[in-house]
Ligand binder design. Structure first.
Ligand code: ASP
Length: 351
């Protein structure tokens, strides 16, 4: 059982002296923890605790939000996102689907830690069915820090969620004035406010003081065109990631096969390459029914089939430009349908 309870905190427009007109779009904020709700241990401290600041306090810092949306909020969990689990994803997805199915709701904002934001965003983008905007946001600095980025990121996320331009675009991520598609976004810096980028296909758009502009459409499948749905009692199969490097051996791969993993994603060198020893381990894994996806540790660019590794012969899947952590998400969902490598390659080609 999950250790967290879903608590509903409805605070409507009492946050601001000015009551919002009834016609404003209704935006629900689902909170999950992270630095956006973090408080430093002391004024000058680098150390901080996630989840110490309530969303109401963040909203107090952006009273402007009450003039663009009628806001309610609830906490789904309160964790540093490094502690995200499959179980929490399933809980969050179930609640999110209920919220977007509510006819009184116009859009959703999800606050999240930056560490695994891209994984959660991609997972939700594949399993949630709605045209309503779902906008995730986060912060690189705790809420108590000098020039904390959380309040402005939250305002931007609300502005994107109320924009009619955001409809039908699946799960979006807003940070530092940029808007990203869930599939494309990656955290690329441990500290910088401009940590989130879409290295392969570019940003979806940008937002500034409430204005929202989109530059491009997501061409891959997501949301309503995604074949993945969670159903009543979803079970996500075990999928692990191994990281390739000079002298990378097969031991960890053998270990994973022994403990019953169903899929292995390789964060390979270059075009998803691995040492001969690791490749032999992966070939044995495939023979035992484990699905192997070759992704790359490089940070951008596609992994193409049959370049230096003969995927056709080995029975491997190439990830295209999906990074290892997102490849893990897609492979888990794909394995709920099939464990046939060719069928899974088709899935990786279209998502
Ligand atoms: N470790 C934190 C988290 O992912 C970092 C952050 O939010 O920026 O929750």
């Amino acid at each position: 059982m999950l250790k967290f309870a879903v608590t509903t905190i409805v605070f409507l427009t009492a946050l601001c002296a000015e009551a919002a007109p009834a016609t404003l779009p209704h935006i629900v904020i689902l909170t999950t923890g992270g630095t956006i709700s973090g408080a430093q241990l002391s004024d000058a401290s680098r150390a901080y605790r996630s989840g110490a600041v309530m969303v109401q306090d963040l909203l107090h810092a952006i009273p402007q939000a009450n003039s663009i949306a009628d806001i309610s909020a609830e906490s789904v969990c309160n964790i540093g996102s490094q502690n995200m689990t499959n179980a929490i994803w399933l809980e969050l997805a179930a609640r999110l689907q209920q919220v977007v199915d509510d006819p009184t709701v116009n859009g959703v904002v999800i606050t999240h830690g930056t560490d695994t934001l891209e994984e959660t965003a991609y997972f939700l983008s594949l399993v949630i069915k709605t045209d309503k905007p779902i906008v995730m946001t986060a912060a690189m600095r705790p809420a108590t820090a000098l020039s904390a980025d959380g309040p402005s990121n939250l305002f931007d996320a609300i502005a994107v969620a109320v924009s009619p331009l955001s409809r039908g675009r699946g799960v979006l991520v807003t940070a530092n004035g940029d808007i990203h598609y869930a599939r494309e976004v990656e955290k690329t810096n441990t500290l910088n406010l401009a940590a989130f980028v879409s290295p392969n296909r570019g940003r979806a758009g940008e937002t500034h003081t409430g204005d929202v502009n989109f530059f491009s459409a997501e061409v891959k499948r997501y949301g309503k065109t995604s074949e993945f749905a969670l159903g009543e009692h979803p079970q996500l199969p075990r999928v692990d990631i191994v990281y390739s490097y000079a002298n990378f051996g097969r031991d960890l791969i053998d270990c994973l096969v022994k403990i019953g993993t169903k899929g292995i994603v390789v964060a390979g060198t270059g075009d998803g390459n691995i040492t001969a020893d690791a490749q032999a381990g992966l070939e044995d894994a495939v023979r035992k029914g484990v699905v192997v996806v070759r992704s790359t540790r490089v940070g951008s660019g596609p992994v193409l089939r049959d370049v230096e590794v003969n995927d056709d012969e080995m029975g491997f899947v190439a990830s295209d430009d999906l990074n290892p952590q997102k490849s893990r998400v897609l492979l888990m969902l794909a394995l709920m349908k099939t464990s046939e490598p060719k069928a899974i390659q088709t899935i990786f080609d279209s998502y």
